[in-house]
Design a protein around this ligand. Structure first.
Ligand code: BEZ
Ligand code: FE
Length: 292
């Protein structure tokens, strides 16, 4: 049989009349057969196969699928320039961390990657080394210092570090509607020895947003929304793979039950408390060379 393909071309296709539950999958796959881009063809074919298998496996009812569509619609409506509910959904389903784990399998000795999260914003302010990136955010003061190096030990002079974190209330600056400037986020450049130092506030555990459909999902499945205390980093240096990661706080009660499955033991570090009540965190980032 022949049908008019989207591009206006006549294409051979599986007959799509009188399909039943045993033949519909094959018909949809046949309809994808003309996809010119091979990777798109592979992704769409696999997606259709797995979605159809899910429906068969669970004997999905029409009512349940309507509920699912309504849920996804609500996820879309919750999205805004500062609220990424789809990223949140991917995170709580473990899909974000699965893609990170598959694609960021670095050689031993490199700093491990973890989830990006929905609270990164482009265009963070730049700071001199030693500056206070908290910029008024509430929290206990903390000095963060460290070094960026290559796997072979070479210091990565001028490496760019971008840091972002939640404040003592467990909120990122973008979650405050009335805040018109960046807080607890910034970009710094390491010195000639690859060393960096900045002031900020101590990381505290916080719940991911639960006032939207993803929160409903967590409640319905009796899951807690907490993430262990962490700083986010994106570290970039010429000739090296950009690293997106967190540094987690040793002793946090949620290290083994992170709502988004992002904890790696190598990313857990001590926030050292000093007699004057201040904290320091020392951490070294090891970047993988870019493929030649
Ligand atoms: C975060 O760490 O900022 C985050 C990551 C995933 C979901 C929600 C928040
Ligand atoms: Fe975070």
């Amino acid at each position: 049989m022949q049908v008019i393909a989207a591009a206006g071309r006549i294409a051979d296709s599986f007959p799509v009349r009188n399909l039943n539950q045993d033949t519909i999958t094959q018909a949809v796959l046949a309809g994808l057969a003309q996809t010119p881009e091979p990777r798109l063809h592979q992704l769409m074919t696999s997606l259709v196969q797995h979605l159809h298998a899910f429906a068969r496996d669970t004997r999905l009812t029409e009512e349940e699928w309507k509920f699912g569509i309504d849920f996804l619609t609500a996820v879309g409506h919750q999205c805004s320039p500062t609220r990424q509910e789809f990223i949140l959904l991917s995170d709580v389903l473990g899909l974000s961390m699965l893609t990170v784990a598959m694609n960021q399998d670095k050689p031993a000795g490199c700093t491990e990657s973890t989830v990006f999260g929905p609270f990164h914003v482009e265009g963070a302010p730049r700071f001199e080394l030693g500056a206070d990136v908290a910029n008024g955010a509430a929290g206990e003061p903390c000095l963060v210092r460290g070094r960026v190096r290559s796997l072979d030990g070479q210091p990565l002079a001028g490496a760019q570090l971008e840091v972002w974190q939640a404040d003592a209330q467990g909120k990122y600056d973008v979650q405050y509607e009335d805040l018109d400037h960046a807080q607890a986020r910034g970009i710094l450049l390491a010195d000639a020895q690859g060393c960096f130092e900045f002031r900020t506030i101590v990381a505290e555990p916080y719940p991911i947003p639960t006032d939207g459909p993803v929160g409903e999902l967590l409640r319905a499945t009796h899951r807690h929304p907490w993430r262990p205390a962490h700083l986010h980093f994106r570290v970039a240096a010429a000739g090296h793979e950009t690293l997106v990661t967190h540094v987690f706080r040793e002793g946090d009660p949620y290290l083994d039950s992170d709502a988004v499955f992002g904890v790696r033991q190598s990313l857990v570090a001590d926030w050292v408390r000093h007699p004057d009540g201040s904290f320091t965190l020392d951490y070294e980032f090891v970047l993988n060379r870019s493929p030649a």
